[in-house]
Design a protein around this ligand. Sequence first.
Ligand code: 6GU
Length: 235
Amino acid sequence: MRVDAVTLFPGMIDVPLSESIVGRARQEGFLELGFSNPRDFTEDRRRTVDDKPYGGGTGMVMMAEPVYRALKKVRKKDSYVILLTPKGRRFDQKLARTLAKKKHLVFICGHYEGIDERITPLADLELSIGDYVLTGGEPAAVTVIDAMTRLIPGVLRKEDATVNETFTEGLMEAPHYTRPAVWRGKKVPAELLSGNHGLIAGWRRAQSEALTGKTRPELARGKRTPVRRAKAVKK
Ligand code: 6GU
């Protein structure tokens, strides 16, 4: 898949996504990541990208025109454009799966107090990664791109690694252990050492349900009484 980010700070996205699995996915061509910097589309000597908010208030607002031009440079007919903002719809695993199937995504990253509101209608989706405020959309873009990339077929060596994992079934995954079987006096649960696949599956299921009920009761409840679904993402 192709992803472009409209950002004043490409390094905030490029650097973290050059390591580990996503770094390899880029080298192997599963993910093509490009950048378009609004600062490169300014015409004044100072290359101004922000200005004071109309009506007063603190902070600066990203000006519409440089963002518009940076978007125009990368947007194609079938691009799906996502504006990253804490006011957006909350990102989750289901949306990661939907977005991972798109051919071309463009992320618009706000910085400072945000972007001139007249940019909003250019986006297909406003997206947030959680209920807290970041310095800009860039760390959110990293999070979303990471979550999608590992779902692209072929990126993970064992594709079923994404089948039984946390959130896929609305449950948290059971705990994992590796050698040694006794570490500093702490034992690995006997079920996992039994070699009995039915026993292991039953233990994992019970652990998943207990863990989810304890730390994320709203997910556990959602299993029995599905909450109203968020509006479907435009195709
Ligand atoms: Cl997408 N942007 C910013 N600035 N803060 C956030 C966010 C996005 N998602 C959660 N907090």
